[in-house]
Design a protein around this ligand. Sequence first.
Ligand SMILES: Cc1cc2nc3c(=O)[nH]c(=O)nc-3n(C[C@H](O)[C@H](O)[C@H](O)COP(=O)(O)OP(=O)(O)OC[C@H]3O[C@@H](n4cnc5c(N)ncnc54)[C@H](O)[C@@H]3O)c2cc1C
Length: 221
Amino acid sequence: MVDPVTGSLSARTKIRRLPDKAVTERSALDSILDEGLVAHVGIIDGEQPFVLPVGYARRGDEVIVHGSSGSRLFRALADGAPACLTVTLLDGLVYARSAFESSMNYRSAMILGSTHRLTGDDELDALRVLSDHLLPGRWDEARQPSKKERVATITVALPLTEWSVKVSEGAPDDDPSDLQNEPWRSIWAGHVPLTQVMLPAVTDQYVPGNVPVPDYVQQRL
Ligand SMILES: Cc1cc2nc3c(=O)[nH]c(=O)nc-3n(C[C@H](O)[C@H](O)[C@H](O)COP(=O)(O)OP(=O)(O)OC[C@H]3O[C@@H](n4cnc5c(N)ncnc54)[C@H](O)[C@@H]3O)c2cc1C
């Protein structure tokens, strides 16, 4: 039974290892999905699972992904294959006293379910939402998708009904004996925060010389 508010109550999305790191508020899911840019989508083709990275966007209660109509992944998703989508925000490296407890800080989300293909105006709206998430401001200035490009594209939506969120943060979780016994109690330990930074934009060589970098790009830097 899947609770529509706290998807992590389902048997399949119940976090088993380190369950204290589970977060069940829907706002935590939304905030990870709205901050991330890349999702990994897994499907099974025959006997073999395949996991591919893709750009994505959240549209309300669903995640939108799109790709080539020639792609194995997107053909399977269009057919409603069972899928697993994850988004990971890597927040830091954790230096514990032991190699065993050394780890990473992160916020990660996993969504299970089947996608459905979007068509017509609904698909166009989803493509706009994708563009607004990945390249805010660009949709209004760029050329819109042509008929041929639309045919070459599969756009699907995965509902946010069965999901889990796991968050690991802060200091190392050392074995108490390592905090008391030499030499481990005297070595440095801690964590190094990591973040994703945008660097100054690089203008394409074919842009006429008098065209500045648009505000919607500058504002992200
Ligand atoms: C950047 C990063 C690095 C990690 N490195 C390691 C590592 O080196 N070794 C390691 O053992 N684990 C690592 N983890 C944690 C790993 O993702 C699993 O949570 C962990 O292996 C526990 O697996 P399990 O067998 O309990 O999960 P399962 O029993 O397979 O999971 C049950 C359910 O819990 C939920 N779930 C499990 N993990 C996550 C997650 N990370 N995010 C959201 N939902 C989740 C899913 O809904 C899943 O269906 C890492 C996580 C991240 C984000």
